[in-house]
Design a protein around this ligand. Structure first.
Ligand SMILES: Cc1cc2nc3c(=O)[nH]c(=O)nc-3n(C[C@H](O)[C@H](O)[C@H](O)COP(=O)(O)O)c2cc1C
Length: 187
C-alpha cells in the first residue's frame, strides 16, 4: 500500500483563497487571505470573522475605514496570487493592470471570482500579531459564472509554479518571525 505523507491537521482549517480589499486616501488595496470564517447562525444577520496580519497594509486600511470586500476567488484567478499575496500596497499601487471593481464604499473586488461579500466591521480583536475583524455582511453577490470553482490552496499550490512557491516560502519565513515575537500566546 502506498504511504501517505503525514498531514498538518490545522491545514483543514485554512479557508478557500480570498482577496480582502479595503480603501484609504491613497486609493484601494487588496491582499490574499485564507482566514475568513462564517460567524453567525442567524440568516438575516450574517457575519464573517476575518483575520489579517498587522504587517499588512490592508489591515491598516480596514482599521481606518471600517469596511472591507471579500472576493471568494475562483480557479480562473490563480494569477492574482502573486500581485496581491507577495507584494504590499505600501510599496506602490498593486492593483494597476488587474481587472478590479469597487463596492459603493470604495473597496476593491475581482469580478471573475465565485462572488463578492461586502462587509462592515462590527468590532476588532487584537491577536498581537494580527487583528480579527468581526464583520456584518451587507451584501452577497455571486458571480453566476457557470461551473465556477472556489480556489483552494491545494489546487493553487499545484499550478502556481516554482518561482511563486520559493518567493512565498521566503516571505512566509519573514512573516512567521515577525508574528512569533508579537503574537499573544501561552506556554
Ligand atoms: C496563499 C496565500 C495565503 C495568505 N493568507 C493570508 C492570511 O490568511 N492572512 C494574512 O494576513 N495574510 C495572508 N497572506 C499574505 C498577504 O496576502 C500578503 O502579506 C500581502 O502581500 C499583504 O499585502 P498588503 O501589505 O498590500 O496588505 C497570504 C498570502 C498568500 C500568497
Amino acid at each position: 500500500m502506498a504511504e501517505r505523507a503525514p498531514r498538518n491537521l490545522l491545514s483543514h482549517f485554512w479557508t478557500p483563497l480570498t482577496a480582502v480589499g479595503s480603501h484609504g486616501p491613497a486609493g484601494p488595496n487588496a491582499q490574499i487571505c485564507v482566514s475568513v470564517f462564517g460567524a453567525s447562525i442567524v440568516p438575516e444577520r450574517p457575519r464573517l470573522l476575518v483575520n489579517l496580519s498587522k504587517t499588512n497594509y490592508t489591515t491598516q486600511l480596514v482599521q481606518a475605514s471600517g469596511t472591507l470586500a471579500v472576493t471568494l476567488l475562483s480557479e480562473q484567478q490563480v494569477d492574482l496570487l502573486a500581485p496581491l499575496g507577495l507584494r504590499s500596497g505600501r510599496d506602490g499601487q498593486k492593483l494597476d493592470g488587474l481587472e478590479v471593481a469597487l463596492t459603493a464604499a470604495g473597496d476593491p473586488w475581482f469580478p471573475e471570482g465565485v462572488g463578492l461579500i461586502d462587509c462592515r466591521v462590527i468590532e476588532q480583536y487584537d491577536l498581537g500579531d494580527a487583528v480579527a475583524f468581526l464583520c456584518a455582511v451587507r451584501e452577497q453577490q455571486p458571480s453566476g459564472i457557470p461551473g465556477v470553482e472556489a480556489l483552494t490552496w491545494a489546487h493553487a499550490r499545484a499550478v502556481v509554479g516554482e518561482e511563486f512557491l520559493s518567493q512565498w516560502a521566503a516571505k512566509s519565513e519573514r512573516e512567521q518571525h515577525a508574528a512569533s515575537t508579537a503574537m499573544r500566546w501561552t506556554p
